[in-house]
Design a protein around this ligand. Sequence first.
Ligand SMILES: [Zn+2]
Length: 182
Amino acid sequence: MLKINRTQEPNILQQNINCFSPKNYIILKEALIKDLNDRCSYCGEENISTATGEIDHFLPKKNFPTKKCEWTNLFWSCKKCNGHKLNKFFSEDENKNIGKLEYEPLKFDDKNYKFAENFSMDTFTGEIMFLNKRAETTINMLNLNNPFRNKARKKILIEYEKSKNIKLSKYKTLIEYYYSIN
Ligand SMILES: [Zn+2]
């Protein structure tokens, strides 16, 4: 849910059909870590590369095989978040779409995506709340309010408070914080 500004797509994605060979995985991993400052795209957990970092397919490769090697479909994620998406994604195969979603989930690398326009957050619990229908779909589909994610957000806020010696008890301050790390 943090805004991601992507750098240039690694060349291997255009050149290589087997984009996820072990060698390529390392190149993709390094590019994603750099772009996101080694934070999990979904819960914000920091320095995940050493233990739990994984490459996540935003649109699952099972449902969207053509997006398996698409740069903008790859996100850096902690293991927990990668494994806790709800399996309710629609498919690129129209025949498999049962109860197709009315709204597509927000993509955090869209140039127009802004956290504060779509979500607010309970600073005491770390839970995020939706401000529009698309954000509601995003929370449900990506399971963004799973308790371990709320805990990770809360941890980041506490660490930020400590580092700046300020209190993030005011909603406005929190939003400013999110803009600052976006
Ligand atoms: Zn995570």
